[in-house]
Design a protein around this ligand. Structure first.
Ligand code: NOJ
Length: 760
């Protein structure tokens, strides 16, 4: 099989289910499928786990014999290039037709070089950087046996009780879409039909709406209007597919009452017919089995048949296809042609990945050696980690700190090596990473004394603290005696000029299965903060989290707060910001609430018929507000400070009237009025004031990341196109409706300048 086939196959990619005899990929696959038995075709639809990374009902993980019998098309989360090569060898040399397997893995914020968790990467607003992070992840993964990543996760999430907010880009569909595109391109390159040896296939997940789990409880029910889906939740999936993502993962939740995995409207009508998706769909982990618990059919066979008919092509882990589809054909529950179609899609992906040309192209041990966790990759990760840090508060410019005197580093996250890289870092090698303490020490170069102690437990519940260390070789953060640890912390604090607190969530307090009913600072940590405050020493709080947390007490009592999002190079990157070698520039992509009770909380909400402004003081009866807390976020979407300051001029519009098919421009002058150079993220928001359906009070529609030297000004111009003004109406038509629009520009979603224009 020659590589040139793939280039010629390009034309067919977007044409779902359309095969032609002339297309070399089709010729090859037709020929191969003509030799395959029904059981071998079903084998291609079966994905098995083959290693220690197990999150659900994993079955037998010794799978060599199944590969040999042609009963496995793909394997997930197997580690070690030699192991992968050995398995591939069985597939290629021992199975009857020698069809290679595809090895997939959760490479969600890096392979061995761990970037900040996706929510942190999003906070950089640096699309080139994000693309580069995915590129590096692909380079490392592809050198270590992995041809396919289960990323990007593009689920919109407005309720940070859900621990998987960590894995997505936050609450905004516009930004989420741009990030989805950047990641797909970073993994796959620009041509979705041809993969170089160091490019891997992306998998958009979790299709769909997984981030809308009720009450933020993982795996919980989702129930949503089509309007909300189309306008708020679906755009990032669509953007990822338009960017060429080769595969899609169905979600655990129900959509319109049916599990996504078996939802025909979702997987066929929307995904394939409306969006023209031409790749294949894999279920999430054992989700065909979970259909029993959802109460669809009591048996594997009927659930598997329903999933296949709905548009699922590959069954992750449940073995439901493997064990039942042959029988279902005999009984007329499914047609052989439906199995053929799914098998063809899987083989097409293998073909595009070049696996028929060279089944070992992703598992060449000699490649793995020189191209993993390299100096250059680490440099990029350190840069992006520094970019991701969000300065939430900096009273009296406490930060940056000078490298002098005595500094106390206190908190459960101060010395952990296994938590530093963040959640679900499947292929991390913590022994190579630095702790925060080591990073700070290195930066200090002996110019200041750094004293360090844990100070408190992560959580009050010892068992829960232990469970949060369940990751791959994660060393649990020791469960300490509360009084002794606190006394030790106070004694360290009293010797210091300034205290840095490393607190919040460890890596396993966010990610899958880690919902929290309270997103406040865990009790033992807040207690320690309160005790430390009594010393009167200035405090810098490093808040590690994989979600929007509620830091009301902290924001009222602690001088400086820096939001941290993990990453293998965090130790150095945080030091870069703390000591002023890097000017912070990250901006939140989630609204940080004042308290859990405000959730779900998002800036792009509707106005209601009885609105109360976000920052209005005092309670108003019979209006849409709370007795005990104002409506707005503590730190709004788009917010983040810098060591310099910026001012924004008034907005200049090219015209105050815009034809429905024309463009106007909006410009603003941004000036760096402080003493340091910095990057500012200038944000554009729009509001359609009157329309056939109620529209959000504002929606992000553009942003620019600009560099400004001290004193420098730049004019930032946004082009307002009809596309930006469109929304899905009640008939799900994507329309622009003439009328009045507000146009807002500012440094975050709250502090904006506003002008108005009319669309005619
Ligand atoms: C379950 C998770 O929901 C999904 O994101 C992940 O890709 C699979 N497990 C495989 O590990």
């Amino acid at each position: 099989m020659k590589r040139i086939q793939t280039a010629l196959a390009a034309l067919a990619f977007l044409v779902t289910g359309c095969t032609t005899e002339k297309n070399p990929m089709d010729v090859f696959i037709n020929d191969l499928m003509s030799k395959m038995t029904l059981q071998e075709k079903i084998g291609q639809l079966n994905q098995q786990v083959a290693g220690e990374i197990v999150t659900g009902s994993a079955q037998d993980t010794k799978i060599g014999h199944l590969v040999e019998e042609g009963k496995i098309g793909s394997v997930l989360n197997i580690k070690g290039v030699d192991n992968i090569r050995a398995l591939q060898q069985i597939a290629v040399e021992k199975s009857r037709l020698g069809i290679p397997i595809i090895v997939g893995m959760d490479v969600i914020h890096g392979f061995e070089t761990q970037f900040p968790i996706p929510l942190g990467l999003a906070a950089t607003w640096d699309l080139e950087g994000i693309q580069q992070s995915a590129r590096i992840a692909a380079q490392e993964a592809s050198a270590n046996g992995v041809a396919w990543t289960f990323s990007p996760m593009v689920d919109i999430c407005i309720d940070s009780r859900w621990g998987r907010q960590a894995e997505g880009a936050g609450e905004d569909p516009f930004l989420g879409s741009r990030i989805a595109e950047a990641m797909v391109t970073g993994y796959q390159g620009t041509d979705p039909n041809t993969f170089a040896e160091d490019e891997i296939m992306a998998c958009v997940k979790h299709f769909a709406l997984y981030g809308a789990a009720e009450a933020g409880r993982d795996y919980n029910t989702v129930d949503m209007s089509r309007l909300r889906m189309y306008n708020q939740y679906l755009p990032p999936y669509k953007a990822a597919i338009e960017a060429g993502a080769g595969s899609v993962m169905s979600s655990f939740n129900i959509v319109d009452g049916q599990p996504s995995t078996a939802n025909h409207w979702l997987l066929t009508d929307l995904l394939r017919k409306e969006w023209n998706f031409g790749g294949f769909v894999v279920t999430d982990y054992a989700s065909i089995d979970e259909m029993v618990k959802h109460g669809i059919y009591p048996d594997k066979q009927h659930n598997a048949a329903m999933a296949l008919k709905a548009g699922t092509d590959m069954d992750m882990v449940a073995r439901a296809f493997l064990e039942t589809l042959e029988q279902s054909v005999k009984e007329g529950l499914v047609k052989e042609s439906e199995i053929d179609q799914a098998c063809r899609r899987v083989l097409e992906a293998k073909y595009r990945l070049g696996l028929f040309d060279d089944p070992y192209r992703y598992c060449k041990p000699e490649r793995a050696v020189g191209s993993t966790y390299t100096k250059e990759y680490r440099r990029v990760a350190r840069q992006l980690t520094a970019e991701s840090l969000v300065l939430l508060k900096n009273e009296n410019n406490l930060l940056p700190l000078e490298k002098k005197g005595t500094i106390a580093l206190i908190g459960p996250l101060a010395e952990t090596r296994t938590d530093i890289s963040g959640s679900w870092a499947v292929s991390q090698t913590p022994e190579k990473y630095s702790t925060l303490r080591e990073g700070l020490d290195r930066a200090l170069e002996g110019k200041a004394i750094l004293l360090c102690t844990q100070g408190c437990n992560l959580l009050n519940d010892a068992e829960a603290q232990k469970i949060t260390a369940k990751g791959h070789g994660n060393e649990p953060i020791p469960y300490v005696n509360k009084q002794e640890a606190c006394q030790q912390a106070l004694s360290v604090a009293r010797q210091a000029d300034v205290i840095i607190c490393a607190m919040g969530e460890n890596a396993w307090m966010n990610g899958e299965g880690t919902s929290r009913a309270s997103v406040e600072m865990p009790e033992p940590q807040q207690e320690l903060l309160k005790a430390l405050k009594q010393t009167g020493k200035p405090i810098v709080l490093l808040n590690f989290a994989g979600r929007a947390t509620a830091l009301k007490w902290e924001s009222e009592n602690i001088q400086s707060i820096l939001q941290c999002w993990y990453g293998s190079e965090s130790g150095d990157a945080i030091a870069d910001v703390i000591f002023g070698d890097f000017n912070p520039q990250g901006k939140l992509t989630v609204s940080m609430p004042q308290c859990t009770g405000q959730l779900p909380l998002y800036y792009n909400h509707l106005n209601t018929g009885r609105p109360v402004a976000d920052d209005a003081k005092g309670y108003r009866i019979f209006a849409s507000n709370y007795i005990d807390v104002r409506n707005g976020a503590l730190y709004p979407f788009g917010y983040g400070l810098s060591y310099t300051t910026y001012t924004y001029s008034d907005i200049q519009l090219s015209h105050t009237e815009m034809p429905v098919s024309g463009n106007i421009t909006a410009s603003i002058i941004v000036q760096n009025t402080g003493k340091r150079p910095g990057y500012e993220i200038v944000q554009l928001y729009l509001r359609d004031k009157f329309a056939s359906i109620s529209r959000p009070v504002k929606e992000l529609k553009g942003f620019r990341r600009i560099h400004l030297n001290a004193g420098e000004s730049k004019t930032v111009t946004f082009e307002i196109t009809p596309e930006l003004l469109k929304f899905y109406n009640n008939n799900l038509q994507h329309v622009i409706e003439p009328g009045e629009f507000d146009l807002m520009i500012g440094p975050n979603s709250r502090d904006v300048k506003t002008v108005t224009f009319n669309v005619k």
